[in-house]
Design a protein around this ligand. Structure first.
Ligand code: GDP
Ligand code: ZN
Length: 365
């Protein structure tokens, strides 16, 4: 097994410290004496969590007490395991205090089961030279990063496509002032060294940004080997079907930890549509008078928005820019969903490869 993908029943050589454990965790864990083990969640499924422990990993469930409180561990969480190797079971009985938190819905607040990832030190907001470089979009991602408590760093990828990479930072607008901005090329490796200070051993990072900006390419570059080369873990869903999930926390060559999961890949999309309401309150007010509640204000009969344009109370240019933006958002969303499917497919391939390998290993016994 390679070092990038410890766990999932495979031995790994990493210590707790290397998984990001700090003196604060030691202090918080001190109250647990007895058959308790500390660990870090690398993967979450409906009913099972993969927890990396000192030089090993276990699959664990969650205690009834945590379930009743609606406290479910997320990828990146440091947890307390009640470890009973004789019984062959491990149960997560507590979640140690989180330093930072990515949530769905209400940002920064700990919802019942809305946590996407925890304990992230740095968020790389990835954008790309060319059309993705958009000050408003960066501001949106900066707001998400700030809400999580993690430190944001803007990475402008595809610097190889720019005539003057050093000038790219100037396109970000005032919202990014005081934030480190690093032009890189995941393709050529140019500028990647500049990420080094944010990738110290034991520090945890995530990549967020629109689909197509090069996040996967960047992860592969940082791993110096394909990220998809990870093992699957097995679980049964509520209907007794066999499901497989891929680990979402891995260790980079230099010792930093990277979390990558579908929730993080989707972060920002919902926020983007919320931004429309703030930008076009006049149109949304008018839309309340449309005959159809899902009116697109194009050719539908009884459209109050088009009536306002015809009557001269709403400038036609205003409706045009609204339509342009909603279409762009729908396109972005579709694109990122397509990206997700492609991503999962790649991971499935790796799992199948590994399963075949395991079959041949087992047949020797
Ligand atoms: P993701 O959706 O953010 O994960 O983006 P991908 O990593 O899948 O990359 C999208 C496309 O951009 C692919 O065709 C990559 O080969 C390309 N790409 C990624 N990084 C770079 C780069 O630094 N320079 C150039 N020119 N292309 C890149
Ligand atoms: Zn309408």
């Amino acid at each position: 097994m390679n070092d990038a993908s410890p766990g999932c029943g495979h031995p790994h050589s990493h210590t707790l410290d290397q998984l990001g454990w700090t003196a604060d965790h030691t202090e918080a864990f001190a109250q647990y004496t007895g058959p308790y083990l500390p660990g870090r969640v690398a993967c979450r499924q409906k009913t099972a969590w993969e927890v990396l422990i000192d030089r090993g990993s276990v699959m664990a469930g969650v205690s009834g007490a945590l379930k009743r409180l609606g406290r479910f561990p997320a990828v990146g969480d440091f947890v307390v395991l009640l470890h009973q190797p004789e019984a062959g079971t491990s149960v997560i009985v507590d979640i140690l205090p989180r330093t930072t938190l990515f949530t769905r819905g209400s940002p920064g607040r700990e919802g019942t089961d809305q946590v996407i990832a925890a304990n992230i030190d740095t968020v790389f907001i990835v954008t790309a030279a060319g059309h993705d470089l958009n000050a408003r979009r960066i501001e949106r991602y900066l707001a998400i990063a700030h809400a999580s408590g993690a430190r944001p760093v803007v990475v402008i990828n595809k610097a190889d496509l720019a005539d003057d990479p050093a000038a790219l930072a100037g396109d970000l607008g005032p919202g990014a002032s005081g934030i480190p901005v690093l032009p890189v090329s995941a393709l050529t490796g140019e500028g990647i060294g500049g990420l080094g200070p944010f990738l110290a051993p034991g520090k945890t990072v995530v990549l967020i940004g629109s689909s197509g900006v090069g996040k996967s390419t960047l992860i592969n570059r940082l791993l110096e080997r394909p990220v998809q080369d990870t093992g699957g873990i097995r679980d049964y869903d509520g209907k007794g079907r066999h499901t497989t999930t891929v680990r979402q926390l891995f260790i980079l060559g230099g010792g930093a930890l990277m979390i990558d999961n579908p929730g993080l890949r989707e972060v920002g999309i919902g926020t983007a549509s919320a931004g429309i309401a703030g930008t076009f309150p006049d149109i949304l007010d008018l839309a309340a008078g449309c005959r159809f509640h899902d009116c697109r204000h194009e050719e539908e009969p009884g459209c109050a928005v088009r009536e306002a344009v015809a009557g001269g109370t709403l400038p036609a240019s205003r409706l045009e820019s609204y339509l342009r933006l909603t279409k762009e958002l729908a396109f972005q969303q579709e694109k990122s969903e397509i990206g997700l499917v492609r991503y999962e497919r790649k991971r499935w391939k790796a799992i199948k490869k590994q399963a075949r390998h395991m079959d041949t290993t087992e047949s020797r016994f």
